[in-house]
Design a protein around this ligand. Structure first.
Ligand SMILES: C[S@@+](CC[C@H](N)C(=O)[O-])C[C@H]1O[C@@H](n2cnc3c(N)ncnc32)[C@H](O)[C@@H]1O
Length: 221
């Protein structure tokens, strides 16, 4: 059976600078996505709180977080190569050492490479909304995906998601409330991703269109 993907790869807009970054910087900032689970202590050379951002787009949020929290380690997963190339250039320019990236389907990478109970927070900002009903099956947040999040978060870890599509927010809230491993939690200023967060590119786009942003936050029991 063909896999249902939550994304469509669009390579057309890869600039020369992004292409060069993918060639020369991915070996330093990239993570191998072969079948062995990642050893984060070895990768970052220390034991520190770990935050994963899925679908980081051009990476502005991930970069801001990593700079605001040098005491934490950040992993970004994004399939859009121009976005990965863009962030690689910015990481190198800012000499940031606490970020690693994987350019692959987050569902597969979570399943194959991220050890169970290894993450303190998982962030998902403005996942592709797939607004047409016949495309809802392509939305990233589905029951099996929520199960994967539950497995990968440590006890007490946080899943934070934002969307400007009300029916997607309701769908996520329904799925999350059906999982006994999670409890809803109001976002607070001391959450790992709050400091330094400014509206993402897609958030700004939604706000410009008059959309209301829903932020949902859950703690792993
Ligand atoms: C609407 S954009 C939001 C980007 C960014 N978070 C923002 O708020 O500006 C959704 C992003 O998720 C990425 N994406 C979709 N499905 C993905 C998957 N399965 N694994 C990794 N990235 C994915 C897309 O390539 C796209 O860049």
């Amino acid at each position: 059976m063909r896999k249902i993907r939550s994304f469509v790869r669009r390579e057309g807009r890869l600039t020369n600078a992004q292409r060069r970054a993918l060639q020369s910087l991915l070996p330093s900032f990239g993570l191998e996505t072969v079948s062995t689970p990642w050893n984060f202590c070895k990768i970052f050379g220390r034991e520190a709180p770990r935050v994963l951002e899925i679908g980081f787009g051009n990476g502005e949020n991930l970069l801001a977080l990593a700079q605001a929290h040098p005491e934490q380690d950040f992993i970004g997963i994004e399939v859009h190569r121009p976005g990965v190339g863009h962030l690689l250039n910015r990481l190198a320019a800012a000499q940031v050492s606490n970020v690693r990236l994987a350019c692959e389907d987050a569902r597969e990478v979570l399943e194959r490479c991220v050890p169970d109970c290894s993450l303190d927070a998982i962030l998902l900002y403005f996942p592709d909304p797939w607004p047409k009903k016949r495309h809802h099956k392509r939305r990233l947040v589905q029951a099996d995906f929520v199960g994967l999040l539950a497995r990968k978060l440590k006890g007490g870890g946080v899943f934070r998601v934002a969307t400007d599509w009300p029916d997607y927010a309701q769908h996520i809230a329904r799925l999350m409330s059906a999982r006994p491993e999670f409890m809803a939690k109001p976002p607070t200023d001391s959450d790992p991703d709050t400091v330094g967060r400014s509206p993402t590119r897609f958030e700004r786009r939604g706000l410009h269109l008059g959309h209301k942003v829903s932020e949902l936050c859950y703690r792993r029991r």
